[in-house]
Design a protein around this ligand. Structure first.
Ligand SMILES: [Zn+2]
Length: 284
């Protein structure tokens, strides 16, 4: 199990991975957006090579920072976001560091990171999981695709909705292992590549079998369920869609309400109810 390997080696295994300062981890994860681990790793290495400190990155002309991370794509935008984060840290705390986050509870870490432009749930979650070693189920594109295919989250869930579902459904002690293993599987398995991608289209002729195949509900059932759900939604005058938007936009409020109504169990039951609506037709 990856967590056992992490305990043994002191180093995490994949992705937005390696053990660094919290700020290193945040920048490394920002650079990994919309690109592969290899190119973003190269961009991060070049950045660290050209600028000995984060203060040097902050003080440099934006074009020089963008140039250093060019290989990772969206360089101008990412450079501006990195420098904005560094400026904020210096203005507020007098130094380019996020080490103070290690002492904060998880919700406060999420709030602290979430206010930076370009830092969404996935990026904050990776920092929590890898740099701070908190039990958070980070949802990258591989985790998202595979858990949809397994029927663990609704097939139409956005990545952020999948994140909310999985952090209620997956026990804390399994989150790190499941994240690492699903990412590793998603990278290796052509059957679990993004639907419609060239890699996925070549899966049948790859000669590789997916070890998760038996766990996936048949596609026909997913399609039939989707159609049934759409029909039900139409009959109700689009109410489910409205509920869905409220869920998507108000996860913070949902947590507070669930807390008032009996803590995590209350929210777990609520999610389980939604989840049940989704899975029942698949179990027929
Ligand atoms: Zn697979």
């Amino acid at each position: 199990m990856p967590s056992a390997q992490r305990r043994a080696s002191g180093r995490p295994q994949v992705g937005c991975e390696e053990k660094r300062s919290v700020l290193d981890s945040l920048v490394r994860t920002l650079l990994s957006q919309n690109t592969t681990d290899i190119t973003s790793g190269r961009a991060f290495a070049t950045l660290k090579q050209r600028f000995p400190t984060w203060e040097a990155v902050r003080a440099a002309p934006a074009a020089d920072v963008a140039d250093a991370i060019r290989v990772g794509g969206l360089a101008d935008m990412k450079a501006a976001r990195i420098q904005a984060i560094l400026d904020t840290l210096v203005a507020e705390r007098g130094a380019c560091s996020l080490e103070h986050l290690r002492a904060l509870p998880t919700p406060e870490v999420k709030a602290e990171l979430g206010r930076f432009k370009g830092v969404g749930k996935k990026t904050a979650s990776c920092v929590l999981l890898f740099a701070l070693e908190r039990e958070d189920m980070a949802v990258d594109t591989h985790v998202w695709e595979i858990t949809k295919a397994l029927g663990w989250v609704p097939s139409n869930a956005s990545r952020d909705q999948a994140y909310d579902h999985l952090n209620e459904l997956v026990p804390e002690e399994l989150r790190y292992d499941l994240h690492v293993l699903l990412v590793r599987h998603g990278k290796a398995c052509p059957h679990c590549a993004k639907a419609g991608s060239a890699k996925q289209q070549a899966a049948a002729s790859s000669g590789v079998a997916c070890p998760l195949a038996d766990l996936k509900p048949p596609k026909a059932k997913l399609v039939a369920f989707k159609a049934a759900k759409a029909a039900a939604s139409k009959a109700k005058g689009g109410k489910p869609k409205q509920q869905q938007q409220q869920r998507a936009g108000g996860s913070g409020e949902g947590t507070a309400a669930a807390g008032a109504a009996g803590g995590s169990d209350g929210k777990r039951r609520k999610v389980a109810a939604e989840y049940g609506q989704f899975t029942d037709p698949l179990e027929v």
